[in-house]
Design a protein. Structure first.
Length: 414
């Protein structure tokens, strides 16, 4: 597909259908279980079910566990899964051999990495983050700094304040590559360089960019990163997270959750802890195997994917959606280089509007206090999907149907 800047934004549904007919990613749509009627625009929160996942999980349960039992640790390669699946993710984020590990979840992995980073920068007492980043990152930073006397977490109101705060007391900076609320994409290479000039370590949260756009951690000189696999990577609800640690740090790093699987000889059963070589030292306990089965299935699909095509289509889809809704308060940047793979629209009654839209079969989501979010996942979202979803949103707003009482009732998850 050509440069998105050269693509004319479709002005009719027929033009969208014509784009779908020649979409190089179009054949991958059949790899996913999509709603029979409706449009799913929430893959930035939870990806859809790959068609092959149930069979992969069934095989893991019935054959590897049911028949192989404990022999499957070796025969089915269970012990290697955190590494082999990590290698599959490494290709998607520009990491090298032995630099990505699938384990735990984002919060636990960030705790391990941030604690290790503070230990690598003794005498420094600040961790910088952005106030509006995903809250778990802020909570973990607060928890970790509380374990180091005199250390504190400093929240930036804006990235414009970053340079003013980057002094020789900063140990690490933790930022989200794509803002979960607005879809703003940060300059990974430029920010990482600025952080390194101050002598600090750079930690990136890739939850809203892994699988949505090309990432090159190696070229950007990133120190550490964390991410999840249940959004754009479609590994399933609460699927394991992943962590990245640059090879240059492996020998120096000491992470705090020194569990059995991070030991150099776990089956020697020694009472003293000795960290394993390389990234294995970030292991604590083994990830849930049935969840790993879901990741195994989806990475087979990603082996067929060209991330440049993903990025081109993502930008075209979001451009189309924004063009159809240009009269609304869109907070996602119009500039392609500053946009992830979602569109966020501000509306004072965003929650009931999204609920009314869901009743029509168009699934987006809402983030307090007033943002409607629509995620575009190029492996299974079509141009006609983007067109129809925009038209449905316009109809919901014009009709006022969202004012009905049932759309204002909130569940535990919004």
């Amino acid at each position: 597909m050509s440069d998105p800047k050269s693509l004319a934004v479709p002005t009719t549904r027929e033009q969208c259908a014509a784009l779908d007919a020649v979409d190089p990613l179009g054949p991958l749509r059949k790899e996913f279980t999509l709603p029979a009627e409706g449009i799913y625009l929430d893959g930035n929160s939870l990806g859809v079910l790959p068609v092959r996942t149930p069979e992969t999980v069934r095989r893991t349960v019935e054959q590897e566990w049911g028949r192989g039992l404990i022999t499957s640790w070796n025969a089915a390669g269970w012990t290697e899964l955190p590494h082999t699946l990590g290698a599959g993710i490494a290709r998607l984020i520009g990491a090298g051999d032995g630099e990505v590990l699938v384990c735990d979840g984002v919060s636990v992995n960030l705790f391990k990495i941030l604690t290790a980073a503070l230990r690598m920068r003794p005498g420094r007492h600040k961790v910088l983050g952005e106030r509006d980043t995903f809250p778990t990152d802020l909570y973990i930073a607060e928890g970790v700094t509380g374990l180091f006397e005199g250390t504190r977490s400093v929240l930036l109101d804006s990235l414009d304040d970053l340079d003013a705060q980057l002094d020789d007391d900063v140990a690490a900076v933790v930022l989200s590559h794509v803002d979960y609320r607005t879809g703003v994409l940060l300059d990974m290479a430029g920010i990482t360089e600025r952080v390194h000039r101050a002598g600090a370590l750079m930690i990136w949260d890739l939850c809203h960019s892994a699988g949505a756009l090309p990432i090159d951690l190696t070229a950007c000189g990133v120190d550490f990163a964390v991410g999840c696999t249940y959004k754009y990577l479609n590994a399933g609800p609460c699927a394991p997270g992943f962590l990245y640690a640059a090879t240059r740090h492996h020998d120096a790093v000491r992470q705090p959750l020194t569990g059995w699987f991070g030991h150099s000889e776990p089956f020697a059963f020694r009472p003293e802890y000795q960290p394993a070589e390389g990234i294995t030292r970030f292991m604590t306990s083994f990830p849930p195997l049935l969840a790993l089965a879901g990741l195994r299935a989806t990475l087979e699909i990603w082996d067929q994917v060209d991330l440049e095509q993903v990025r081109t289509k993502s930008l075209a889809l979001t451009e189309l959606f924004m063009a159809r809704l240009a009269d609304l308060e869109i907070v996602t940047p119009g500039e392609p280089e500053r946009r992830g793979s979602q569109v966020a629209i501000r509306h004072p009654d965003g929650f009931p509007v999204v609920q009314a839209l869901i009743e029509r079969g168009v699934i987006g989501d809402f983030r307090a206090p007033d943002l409607m979010r629509f995620g575009f996942t190029p492996l299974y979202t079509s141009y006609t999907d983007a067109w129809d979803a925009a038209e449905a949103l316009r109809e919901v707003l014009a009709s006022g149907e969202w004012r009905a009482e049932r759309f204002h009732r909130r569940g535990a998850v919004t």
